[in-house]
Design a protein around this ligand. Structure first.
Ligand code: C2E
Ligand code: CA
Ligand code: CA
Length: 534
């Protein structure tokens, strides 16, 4: 149709006798108008004819312009950054080319999930004969909730609209762009050709071009420049794709893998990823059972003071999987967040600590690791209060070890939680100190009692000059601020000697004692001395 309209317009514009010119000359010829106005019968007839022709020409021009605009976007595919940028500058707003109805998202005017599902279903059916490969790309915006909280909903909405605009500009009219969750967009790329490898490369190129289009230039809203961070996952629709749910699940796995890898990346779905995810899912299921059946174990690692006396100890969780063997806490604790069991697990560790306090020497403290997700939860303080009351533990012998992650998102909230827990008598230790970029002024605001020097700094002692300088600085500053310092990961006599000589309050590490089962420690605590572990 568009090609025909183009043909007609070109032909009419080339022919001075065409309706196009007749109409123009009619409206520009006052003499003719004057003459005609003296003949009422012709006047009415001609005016009606002219009106119809004008409407027709207007309509044709509109179609012609729209066709040109759509062709321009189509030509930008596969969208290179240059063509995409050009299209961005020239293309009309998304609302102009999207017809609104109940199947469209009110905010972005994009087709809704239902429409997308329908189109994927058709695409899967078409791909069954192996000739029309297609791809699904999922874009997940990193930290969108934070953008919403920081700038407000109007700005967040404007950002979502701009994302949808950029995605539309970088795809062809026959592709489908849809907002499938609050901050998640899904793109269906169709007709990628008969050869699957070529189609896959094509899909990756488009994913890459769209990624750059979304991230290279910050989005400007209300005077703010907001840079986006994204995770992108994609999967191919081919002859073996069985149904909509399967392909969406694959694209979902790919985007979750991109997120799990730290974001800012494009991950294609493949069988290895599927196996990895299946394995992870099985491990998560086992972990959930282990938490519910309290099959995790609690180990303890003592801390020794300058007089070689145990001044405190840290509790460290252990999970011995029945078939896989020990799973490190660095692996299973982040998984607890994903399966929503971090809070029950943390309260269990606290319960173990509170009960253990009764069996330990009265002046010994016990340190418990508290993940930021837990600390910042609305019900955490109340739950801690309940455990302390029910176990009748002395809260002033409890130390909560937190990392700087706890206040990266919301300093005021973290400070408030720390204050509330301090009111119960609990003290706070800043874990892994010297490994990150802790802003020292926070130390005062956060009512911190102790610093734990990260083992990466201890490892260089006493020979490495930088480690010496950093440890000196930490010890000096802690002395000025009246903070206690514990060194963790102390593995050699030389490290232990150096630290004690320079004013470190306590040592924790393999040189003194390895983490051991809590029950074993309780039985032998009175004989403990810091020294080489056999
Ligand atoms: P972290 O809190 O920094 O714990 C210290 C880690 O250093 C422990 O590893 C401990 O076993 C290890 N370590 C102690 N002495 C030495 C040493 O001399 N040399 C070396 N190379 N390592 C030493 P682990 O037990 O594998 O725990 C790893 C991390 O898992 C902990 O780091 C902590 O962030 C987390 N974690 C462990 N248990 C819990 C828990 O109950 N709750 C929470 N939220 N996190 C926990
Ligand atoms: Ca710790
Ligand atoms: Ca640590």
């Amino acid at each position: 149709v568009l090609a025909h309209i183009d043909d007609y317009l070109s032909a009419w514009q080339a022919n001075p006798q065409s309706p196009y010119f007749r109409l123009l000359s009619h409206w520009h010829d006052p003499v003719r108008q004057e003459a005609d106005s003296n003949a009422p019968a012709y006047w009415v007839l001609e005016l009606t004819l002219a009106g119809v022709l004008l409407a027709l020409v207007g309509l044709l021009l509109l179609y012609w312009r729209r066709g040109r605009a759509l062709n321009r976007i189509g030509a930008a595919h596969p969208a290179t950054p240059e063509t995409a940028r050009e299209a961005l500058q020239n293309h009309a707003s998304p609302g102009e080319s999207v017809r609104l109805n109940t199947f469209h998202d009110a905010l972005t005017e994009l087709p809704q999930r239902q429409v997308l599902l329908g189109r994927i279903e058709q695409t899967v059916a078409l791909a069954a004969n192996g000739e029309a490969h297609a791809a699904i790309l999922v874009f997940d915006i990193f930290g969108f909730g934070k953008i919403n909280d920081t700038y407000g909903q109007d700005v967040a909405d404007a950002i979502l609209r701009e994302i949808s605009r950029r995605l539309l500009v970088g795809t062809r009219p026959r592709d489908t762009v849809s907002r499938t969750a609050g901050d998640e967009f899904t793109v269906l790329l169709t007709m990628l050709g008969p050869r699957v490898e070529e189609a896959r490369r094509h899909a990756f190129r488009v994913a890459h071009a769209l990624y750059r289009q979304l991230t290279e230039e910050p989005i400007e809203v209300g005077g703010e420049q907001i840079a986006l961070r994204l995770s992108v996952g994609f999967t191919m629709i081919h002859a073996c794709s069985t149904d909509v749910r399967q392909v969406l699940r694959e694209a979902g796995m790919a985007v979750r893998a991109a997120e799990a890898g730290g974001g800012d990346r494009i991950v294609p779905f493949n069988q290895a990823l599927q196996a990895e995810i299946a394995d992870r899912t099985a491990l998560e299921r086992d972990l959930a059972l282990a938490v519910q059946r309290t099959e995790l174990a609690m180990y303890i690692q003592p801390q020794f003071d300058v007089h070689n006396r145990v001044s405190g100890a840290e509790l460290l969780a252990r999970w011995d999987h029945p078939t896989r063997g020990p799973v490190p806490p660095g692996q299973f604790i982040p998984m607890l967040v994903g399966i929503g069991l971090l809070q029950p697990f943390t309260l269990w560790t606290l319960q173990v600590a509170c009960e253990a306090l009764a069996t330990l020497r009265g002046d010994m403290t016990l340190s418990v690791n508290i993940s930021p997700h837990c600390l910042l939860r609305a019900d955490f303080v109340d739950s801690v209060r309940t455990v302390i009351r029910e176990t009748d533990a002395s809260a002033h012998r409890l130390i909560f070890e937190i990392t700087e992650e706890a206040w990266l998102d919301d300093l005021d909230l973290a400070a408030h939680k720390i204050f509330e827990l301090s009111c119960l008598g609990i003290r706070f230790s800043l874990d892994d100190f010297g490994a990150g970029y802790t802003n020292l002024t926070y130390l005062r605001r956060l009512a911190i009692h102790e610093l734990k020097i990260d083992r990466s700094q201890i490892a260089g002692l006493p020979t490495d000059r930088d480690s010496r300088a950093i440890v000196h600085m930490i010890l000096g500053m802690a002395g000025q601020l009246g903070l206690r310092v514990v060194a963790e990961g102390v593995e050699t006599e030389a490290q232990a000697g150096y630290l004690l000589q320079h004013g470190c309050d306590a040592l924790q590490g393999y040189w003194c004692a390895r983490p051991m089962p809590l029950a074993a420690w309780i039985a032998q605590q009175h004989e403990a001395v810091c020294g080489p572990v056999p």
